[in-house]
Design a binder for this molecule. Sequence first.
Ligand code: ADP
Ligand code: ASP
Ligand code: MG
Length: 409
Amino acid sequence: MSKLVVQKYGGTSVGSVERIQEVAKRVIRYRERGDSVVVVLSAMSGETNKLVSLINEINPNGSAREKDVILSTGEQITIGLLSLALEAKGCAARSYTGTQARVMTDNAFSKARISEIDGSKIKEDIAAGKVVVVAGFQGVDCDGNITTLGRGGSDTTAVALAVALEADECQIYTDVDGVYTTDPRMVPEARHIPKLALEEMLEMASQGSKVLQIRAVEFAHKYNMPIRVLSSFDEGDEGKSTLVTREEDIMEEVLVRGIAFNKDEAQLTITGVPDQPGVAYKIVGPISDANIEVDMIVQSIGSDGATDFTFTVHRNDYEQAKNILSETAKKVGAENCSGNDKIAKVSIVGGGMRSHAGVASDMFAALAKENINIHMISTSEIKVSVVVDEKYLELAVRSLHEAFGLDQA
Ligand code: ADP
Ligand code: ASP
Ligand code: MG
């Protein structure tokens, strides 16, 4: 039976003319089997970083709207190039920018959310036998402004399009042949995971595993769209991959599925805060008002009418958050405020934790054995996260990977 397949190719998968030709060949192989293909592309690898540098050279504090106008251009190049490559091979293709594909978003420039995709024009092209090639990472708000979806956002374009077009499969082609127990570039012993629950991938992604953008997994979870992660460097089409799907479809539940880590956070502490109702709001409120997301929060038990408060933010927001916090410290009469941007968060994730106690203590034991000090802890049903000094990150990930037997078959 013929299928509708959405295939997303990341930066390295379209990083050169040769790689683009390989993508064209794969698309044509699928077409020859009778499938319809919609392709979503990233910019060539390094391209978006280059655009970020150009922006920072000219006006780093400039208007967010203009920045998105610039950041979205990398994808426009690759969609045009792939369409030309397909055409040269005798395959009818048509490219769409986010605006042309009617990927509607809110107006939160640089981190816009997709609200709706009107797939009617794309469907017409598919019906006419064309391959549709859509620019990832970008959309348009209701006033016609170009928006971008946050770094790694092409994954989200792909899943949202797969949902809108009711595709049979959403394939994410990248430079690894699936999801591993941890980043295989940090831990070579990391093992390939053939099938993974969307809930687990959601935690892995939100704790820093950048193999899929978190919003892509949220979308897939909400609309029950399975995602297949595969390598664009594999020659065949049925090579190794990871299917990320509903929990019910996974037979084996494991205690710890994987280790995620995140180096992009920074920690802020305010001490000697008068311990009164509303104090948490007084501290976090102004940070949120500045559109800065707060991740982990720890408030210590008050003593002598005062309490301490520690939280983490994205490292890009560190300086701004620190300034806001020192203003707050003056206002509420706190003793001191300080910060540390040389921290990292390490998390263990696994659906099996729901029914097993003691996982957290095993984690702390493994870190203690390596003499790694823990600054903060947070837990949920299926994950335990700790904040440690950045210099211990790799040691922490490796020792946890081993302690939970993830390197064993
Ligand atoms: P793309 O440009 O194709 O979107 P990304 O760089 O965004 O690719 O994502 C792929 C990368 O994700 C891999 O090269 C790998 O280093 C990293 N990664 C992090 N955690 C994992 C994990 N658990 N399994 C596989 N890859 C991971
Ligand atoms: N090109 C964008 C980025 O580098 C989007 C993506 O690759 O998904 O973040
Ligand atoms: Mg990516």
